[in-house]
Design a protein around this ligand. Structure first.
Ligand SMILES: NC(=O)c1ccc[n+]([C@@H]2O[C@H](COP(=O)([O-])OP(=O)(O)OC[C@H]3O[C@@H](n4cnc5c(N)ncnc54)[C@H](O)[C@@H]3O)[C@@H](O)[C@H]2O)c1
Length: 385
């Protein structure tokens, strides 16, 4: 549910569902909640929170995924903070499909929004890339494409096995995310790039291109561009300044957003929002990394992605000042780190979280200057009208 900012009658208490999940999910979520505590105190809003048990241990004990009481509890919230899911004890896909994808579809979270911004002071593996050249947002269609879970296998397990995996693209589903991308661009640099594979996936590509062109006609002030997804893998690291808002299908978006995360410093710093656009169900906010079982429980995870996802949640709820201050605080702390994960962070996950809280206090008091340049938080507020 989006609540317009600046209204005298604006409700400033929000019901949050917290789903820490598996692996490093609980560690980074605890940091985000610590930052939320400070943000409430400093910016005068409040939340009621319910932590929902879900993930590998809960599934193994109860068999429950995204259904029944879990779904009902989350449906009643204004927004959801999500950690991560996935565990070696559960076969791949059960939790990821049975909970994460199921929630995105059931709550009609049409847009997966992924800022790709290289913050000042953050190391990138791309030589000579300056922060001024890397500030884009990827709008990934989030409920259709190859992720609808449709397909079949015949003669499974034999030499004659045939697997069919379907990609579903609807005009309505595509139009709503493309329109969101244009609204977002109107609050940024006024450029939208369609990323697809129209030369090979001609049926889906035609529907995407026609829809893109029809929506573009409603926004004559916004420049348009097209890039094939394979070419995008070249352009994104080499010339990210070409892009402002990129809109793409579910599978392509899944892949190029990880590339975007690498460019901006790694999985630990990348944030995302899964947005329900019509207020019929809560939106969900999560770092883009997974449960990282290789480092779980050792204080090695960078909580920045989870805390920046909290900032996007606050922007969505209409708490724009708090959202931008949280982003400023995270960036200040990232800029002081030698590296973005493990021992290179110069402190454990919890310690980094405490540094972000200290920086947030400085940002709120004005002693830490606001982050220069456009914030995706502003554009989100405008686009979610
Ligand atoms: N939305 C989600 O919950 C989500 C997303 C991706 C993967 N997964 C699941 O997570 C599990 C592990 O998947 P994976 O290993 O392919 O991806 P992953 O993102 O969990 O980890 C990939 C690599 O990045 C590192 N890493 C990830 N987050 C980090 C952080 N915050 N700080 C420092 N280093 C970090 C990990 O240590 C690992 O080396 C699988 O079960 C997968 O299906 C879940």
């Amino acid at each position: 549910m989006t609540i317009p900012d600046g209204s005298a009658s604006k409700r400033r208490t929000y019901a949050l569902g917290i789903v820490p999940g598996d692996g490093i999910g609980p560690e980074v979520t605890a940091c985000a909640v610590g930052v939320l505590d400070a943000a409430e105190r400093l910016f005068g809003f409040s939340t009621t929170r319910e932590t929902i048990p879900a993930g590998a241990r809960h599934y193994l004990a109860t068999g429950e995924l995204f259904e029944g009481a879990v779904r009902e509890k989350l449906q009643a919230k204004d927004a959801i903070l999500f950690g991560a899911m996935g565990d070696p004890a559960v076969a791949p896909g059960i939790l990821e499909r049975g909970f994460i994808l199921a929630m995105r579809q059931a709550f009609d979270q049409a847009v997966n929004l992924r800022p790709v911004r290289l913050y000042p002071g953050v190391r990138t593996p791309i030589a000579d890339l300056e922060p001024e050249r890397c500030d884009l947002v990827i709008v990934r269609e989030n409920t259709e494409g190859a992720y609808v879970g449709r397909g079949s296998t015949v003669h499974a397990g034999t030499a004659n096995a045939v697997a069919v995996q379907e990609s579903v693209n609807t005009r309505a589903g595509v139009e709503r995310v493309v329109d969101y991308a244009f609204r977002l661009a109107a609050g940024r640099r006024n450029k939208v790039t369609l990323c697809h594979k129209t030369n090979i996936l001609v049926e889906a590509g035609k529907l995407w291109q026609e829809t893109f062109d029809a929506v573009a006609a409603r926004y004559p002030g916004v420049e348009t561009d097209y890039v094939h997804v394979d070419a995008m893998c070249f352009h994104l690291p080499v010339s990210p300044e070409r892009f402002d808002v990129v809109v793409t299908d579910n599978l392509f978006g899944d892949i190029i957003t990880d590339l975007g995360a690498v460019i901006q410093g790694g999985l630990g710093v990348a944030a995302s929002a899964n947005l329900n656009l019509d207020g019929s169900a809560p939106s969900m906010f999560e770092a883009i990394h997974g449960s990282a079982p290789d480092i779980a429980g050792r204080g090695l995870a960078n909580p920045a992605g989870a805390v920046l996802s909290l900032a996007m949640c606050l922007a969505h709820l209409g708490e724009a000042a708090a959202a931008k201050a949280v982003e400023t605080a995270v960036v200040a702390v990232l800029g002081q780190m030698d590296g973005l994960s493990g021992a290179d962070m110069g402190g454990s996950t919890d310690e980094v979280g405490r540094r972000i809280v200290d920086a947030l206090e400085s940002a709120a008091s004005g002693s830490l200057p606001p982050l220069a340049g456009r914030s995706v938080m502003d554009a989100m507020a405008a686009a979610e009208r």
